[in-house]
Design a protein around this ligand. Structure first.
Ligand code: C2E
Ligand code: CA
Ligand code: CA
Ligand code: CA
Length: 279
């Protein structure tokens, strides 16, 4: 038993070292990633379930490391949060998405919106409001075309401050959504106080439709509640026709997922838009 205990400890410290080393490596590499243009955005279309047309996209960050290849955002965004690099990266994402909206308008898609994920640190940063105002002003876009996704847990951290920050964002005129709704802490009691436009139902509730009746009940209830609060609903992670049919029956406003399209580069998206709209 003693020997085993020692082995376990040895294994533990080795794993810790490996993890810490990888973290340090990514932290250093991330410093150059922006300058070397290793970071880029993918856009995943959102579909209007009423008529099947594309209504907008979500911007998803990608890191293609020259040696390590694609590094998932779940791995490096938490690091960028800790080091504060997320502010610089996040500002670049906001400016890039404003630029995409301008280019989409030039291509004849002026009705599409782009949703940007905000990280917790970015959301709490007081300069965020000025950054967004400037980006909108410089690009000349309609602020409603720019959407910000804020997760439920970010809102529940310091609720009063979060509501004030959301009010400031709404004063600029941007669209606001609650991401990953139904996971994290329950924000149900506050939902009426949040100045939001949309709720995004988390993929975990959608993925087992139509096989998990509990998930179907919850999804239907969230959509019904959102309607009563005058909020629109996006269902994420839609992969099958059955899921789409169920969501349409429940009068869910929008759907997003591999059933329609994987996240695409801006160039590919513009190429695919005519075909996507014809589906
Ligand atoms: P999220 O905001 O919940 O984004 C949705 C994730 O689901 C994306 O993963 C997307 O590629 C994936 N997805 C979309 N449709 C489907 C589907 O039908 N099936 C399955 N299995 N997955 C689907 P991704 O791109 O790996 O992003 C993971 C998370 O990283 C995001 O979760 C978000 O929390 C974070 N993230 C991504 N980009 C950014 C960013 O620019 N800023 C910040 N702060 N966070 C980001
Ligand atoms: Ca999101
Ligand atoms: Ca989400
Ligand atoms: Ca999610």
């Amino acid at each position: 038993a003693k020997a085993q205990g020692k082995n376990t400890l040895q294994f533990f410290t080795e794993t810790m070292n490996e993890e810490a080393q990888l973290r340090l490596f990514l932290e250093n590499e991330l410093r150059n990633a922006m300058a070397n243009e290793e970071l880029y955005l993918n856009l995943q279309p959102k579909v209007d379930l009423a008529d099947g047309t594309i209504c907008g996209m979500e911007a998803l960050l990608r890191w293609n490391h020259p040696e390590r290849g694609m590094i998932p955002p779940d791995h490096f965004i938490p690091i960028a949060e800790d080091t504060g690099q997320i502010i610089e990266i996040g500002n670049w994402i906001i400016r890039t998405c404003c630029d995409y909206i301008v280019r989409l308008t030039e291509e004849g898609y002026g009705h599409l919106n782009i949703a940007v994920n905000l990280s917790a640190r970015q959301f709490r940063e007081p300069s965020l409001i000025e950054t967004i105002k400037m980006a909108i002003c410089e690009s000349g876009i309609d602020p409603t075309q720019l959407e910000f996704e804020i997760t439920e847990s970010m809102l529940m951290d310091k609720v009063d401050q979060a509501i004030e920050q959301m009010n400031q964002l709404k004063r600029i005129g941007v669209t606001l959504s609650i991401d990953d709704f139904g996971t994290g802490y329950s924000s149900l009691a506050y939902l009426r106080q949040f100045p939001i436009d949309l709720i995004k139902v988390d993929r975990s509730f959608v993925q087992d439709i139509p096989y998990n009746s509990g998930d179907m009940e919850i999804t239907a209830a969230v959509i019904a509640m959102a309607h009563r609060l005058n909020l629109r609903v996006v269902a994420e992670g839609v992969e099958t026709a059955e899921q789409q049919d169920f969501l349409r029956q429940q009068l869910c406003s929008y759907a997003q997922g591999y059933f329609y399209s994987k996240p695409l580069t801006f160039e590919l998206l513009v190429q695919q838009l005519p075909a996507l709209n014809r589906q």
